[in-house]
Write a protein that binds this ligand. Structure first.
Ligand SMILES: Cc1ncc(COP(=O)(O)O)c(C=O)c1O
Length: 398
């Protein structure tokens, strides 16, 4: 603990800061210094690829959490709705409300929040018609009380922890929780789901997770004579486990055009939905021995040309990529040199004199390296690179 909490402020009281919006200042216009082109056609294509795998009977829940993995939740949701998707998943109630504020969803669309709720938030699920994940008895009791006081019905889905070790009721305790829900007149059970820990490996642990899950759902259906919507598969399982699709699948990364395992060849012909790009803002020649950027991690071995481009780690171009990657300008691939800085990054052009100020530099996307390739270079996964593309980066829907 640093001990620097201001004495005068209780921990949870928000401080109101008075500031006024100035409508006389108009929004910035292009060309943007860092931008993410979002291809909604490629999104449609990827959805079609997933449908070709799962077949027409299986529902698809579009995973649009984390602002649709950085792509823009409202636009992605609207596009998927145009293609007939009616199930959507977000991380939590606040993301759900933001999405509902930004986009009027189809009347028959359903939105599930994956997080186990805080008691204070249960009323918000009722108010906004968001389906709630329940993992424990206490939440079910609170939800019943709140829904009864409201005179409405709250839709809930039970999350079973079959081995992910993150959220969920244990398979052993699931029957009791399901009984409690069925005995709660103001709650409606709309699904039972689980999440795989290593979905790209269908055998072994994943197969045992599947068995545990089916143990819970079969026992429930046999005991009650009801059928319930069952879902488990994320992108990895959609590709690798034909016997785990059940009533619905929950693709995220595949929708956005990346294979869940960056180093593996993708058996599905998905296309990148995002192209992350910026501009060349400065070009100069440097002599042999000149160092470039913070901490002088790279020096020119010979006279060379250096381009400075207008994105850095504050845009989502990870600093761990420093001196480890390539980017594309005008269809040519160039080496990134020196430490990636907050707002700019340097590129070695060698003797190439075709690159000019104003040119587009592709950090990842259809005209450059893939997000997966950059993720390997950065020592992370494509998911994290996509989600890191920051607020400062202008989303342009193409
Ligand atoms: C509960 C849940 N379902 C589905 C997904 C989608 O996973 P993927 O992007 O691997 O398809 C996630 C993502 O983390 C998740 O947390």
């Amino acid at each position: 603990m640093s001990g620097f909490r201001p004495e005068s402020q209780p921990l949870v009281t928000p401080v109101s800061v008075s500031h006024e919006q100035n409508s006389a200042v108009t929004a910035p216009v292009g060309p943007y210094l860092s931008e993410a082109l979002i291809s909604l056609d490629n999104l449609r294509h990827n959805l079609a690829c997933i449908r070709a795998i799962t077949g027409p009977q299986c529902r698809i829940m579009g995973i649009v959490k984390a602002n649709a993995y950085g792509h823009g939740a409202a636009q992605v949701t609207a596009t998927l709705e145009e293609e007939g998707v009616r199930d959507f998943g977000v991380a939590n109630i606040h993301e759900a409300i933001e999405l509902l504020q930004e986009h009027r969803m189809q009347p028959d669309s359903r939105l599930l929040a994956f997080a186990s709720p805080l008691a204070e938030h249960i009323g918000l699920y009722m108010q906004h018609g968001v389906e709630m994940t329940v993992c424990d008895h206490e939440t079910v009791r609170s939800a019943q009380a709140i829904a009864a006081a409201d005179g409405g019905r709250l839709r809930v889905q039970v999350k079973v922890d079959t081995g992910m070790g993150r959220l969920g009721v244990t398979p052993e305790e699931a029957a009791g929780l399901l009984e409690l829900i069925d005995a709660s007149p103001n709650l409606e059970l709309t699904g039972i789901y689980t999440h795989f820990a290593e979905s790209h490996i269908p055998e072994g642990f994943t197969a045992s997770q599947r068995e545990r899950f089916l143990g819970v759902t079969s026992a429930y259906e046999e005991r009650t004579g009801k059928t319930v919507t069952k879902h488990a598969s994320n992108s990895g399982a959609i590709i690798s486990m034909s016997d785990a699709r059940f009533d619905m699948v929950r693709p995220g990364i595949l929708l956005y055009g990346c294979h869940p395992v960056d180093a593996a060849p993708s058996p599905v012909d998905v296309r990148p939905v995002m192209q992350f790009q910026c501009r060349v803002i400065f070009v100069k020649d440097v002599p042999a021995g000149a160092s470039v950027s913070y901490s002088r991690t790279w020096s020119a071995p010979a006279t060379t040309r250096i381009a400075t481009i207008s994105a850095g780690y504050a845009d989502g171009f990870h600093r761990t990529l420093s001196n480890r990657t390539r980017i594309c300008i005008g269809g040519k691939s160039f080496r990134q040199v020196g430490t990636v800085t907050m707002d700019q990054t340097m590129i070695e052009l060698g003797s190439d004199d075709s690159v000019k100020v104003g040119d587009t530099a592709v950090l990842f996307g259809w005209d450059g390296p893939s997000a997966g390739e950059q993720a390997i270079a950065a020592g992370t996964i494509s998911y994290e690179l996509l989600c890191s593309v920051s607020r400062r980066v202008k989303r342009i829907f193409v």
